[in-house]
Design a protein around this ligand. Structure first.
Ligand code: ATP
Ligand code: MG
Length: 403
């Protein structure tokens, strides 16, 4: 017996009141896009559920795709049978056999939207439960916390039996909460920050600063590979690559050593904010975590933040590095982030950056030079790459490999 449909549960979305319709439609569109390689698969929505009808498409690769979709709390593949108790018993046994471990427990949860069916839910639970107990060894019933909950649903057109519950990504559907700019480095933190923002429905566009020849093509490639991993969740992602060499060199020429890092961050933020405006985004996201390094003290954040009123959102602000690494591993960006490379900031980082920079001082240092032409030039020469769900769609002057 093959799985015939997948029941999608959207958990938190049900809390969204009047917006619910919008979120459900968005989720449906996102699932549809994710499953475009499976032309026979159809999506069916009822008032409180969503189903993917497989129509002969294979379950395992579809399951793999669904596991990347934000907004899905969990899902369960189901077998469709005729509304005949013998067929239902047979299917329930199959379902149990697919996931039963010796010594495990189960219960049967029947639901009946077709009230004309000859057995009610209590009878169904008993008949099917007894059938499983007589045909399987090393299994017992636990109605409170079973290992496997066999769901039996009697609907007007057919009966559906499912057992496996696959955890989804949770969160809100991709691109359901407006656009944000992600400052994406090749490090471990910023991809995780981007993932968490996307999980709240933010449509992310990434900005990366690179400084050739101090940073190599490998460093740029790394960021593109990371962005491709993120695109698996969102369907697509734009990466704006900003040439930053001249600005960094000028900072070194004009700003006292202890303040070069503060100034570098301020220049990055100014450019990110212009790109945010140009691309109609609302906020800027970064991978800062309080106290992690010199630029991530509160004093530093104040001095850097002074250049804009745009909300700077920091999804990792209170997280420990070990928890960040755990997520990086789960979303498969850790290995890429761990590749050796030269970060534009590492190269120019002074031996002793100020951990408590003063805003007045950095403002005074920067005021001695007109930075605007250099900033405008960097924005003008920014190269934009669009990555679609692991495929590179459009590049600027150069081609890149994916993985
Ligand atoms: P990450 O692992 O994300 O690089 P980090 O702990 O190494 O973070 P920093 O290097 O101080 O910390 O960077 C702090 C944040 O500034 C990053 O999380 C990222 O959002 C942004 N950032 C740093 N370097 C770049 C860059 N070259 N391009 C774009 N954003 C950057
Ligand atoms: Mg870094």
């Amino acid at each position: 017996m093959k799985y015939d449909r997948i029941l999608i549960r959207y958990g938190e979305l049900t809390l969204k009141g009047r917006n619910r319709k919008f979120f459900v439609r968005k989720l449906r569109d996102n699932i549809k896009m994710k499953l475009r390689e499976f032309p026979e698969a159809r999506i069916e929505t009822t008032h409180d559920r969503m189903y993917v009808l497989l129509n002969g498409e294979p379950y395992d690769p579809v399951k793999q795709k669904l596991s990347f979709v934000f907004g899905i709390q969990s899902f369960s593949p189901a077998i469709q049978t005729e509304k005949n108790i013998e067929e239902i018993k047979k299917a329930a046994l199959e379902v149990i056999k697919k996931s039963h471990q010796p010594g495990g427990t189960f219960k049967v949860s029947a639901r009946r939207s077709d009230k004309t069916f000859e057995y009610d839910t209590n009878q169904l639970n008993q008949i099917i439960g007894a059938h499983i107990l007589t045909h399987m060894e090393d299994i017992s019933v636990d109605v409170k916390k079973p290992d496997i909950d066999v769901l039996v649903e009697i609907r007007s057109e057919a009966a559906y039996i499912s057992g496996e519950v696959v955890q989804g990504q949770g969160g809100f559907p991709a691109r359901s909460s407006g656009k944000g700019i992600l400052m994406l480095s090749g490090g471990i933190d910023s991809p995780v920050a981007g993932y968490l923002a996307m999980k709240r429905g933010v449509d992310i566009e990434a900005v990366h600063f690179h400084s050739p020849p101090y940073t190599s093509e490998r460093a740029k490639q790394k960021v593109i590979d990371i962005a491709a991993k993120l695109a698996q969740f969102s369907g697509r992602i734009k990466v704006h690559i900003v040439p930053f060499t001249q600005i960094q060199e000028k900072i070194h020429e004009k700003i006292p050593e202890g303040y070069t890092m503060t100034s570098t961050r301020r220049m990055m933020l100014r450019i990110a904010d212009v790109l945010r405006q140009k691309n109609d985004a609302l906020a800027i996201f970064n991978g800062e975590s309080l106290g992690q390094v010199a630029s991530q003290t509160m004093e530093s954040m104040v001095a850097i933040n002074e250049v804009t009123n745009t909300p700077i959102l920091r999804p990792l602000i209170a997280m420990d590095k070990t928890d960040i690494i755990k997520i990086a591993n789960e979303i498969d960006t850790l290995e890429i982030s761990n590749r050796p490379y030269e970060d534009c900031c590492t190269i120019f980082t002074p031996p002793a950056p100020k951990t408590k920079p003063k805003t007045e001082k950095i403002v005074a240092f920067e005021s001695k030079f007109d930075w605007n032409p250099l900033l405008a030039k960097a924005v003008e020469e920014t190269e934009t790459i669009v990555i679609k769900d692991n495929r590179l769609e459009k590049t600027g002057q150069q081609d890149f490999d994916l993985f």
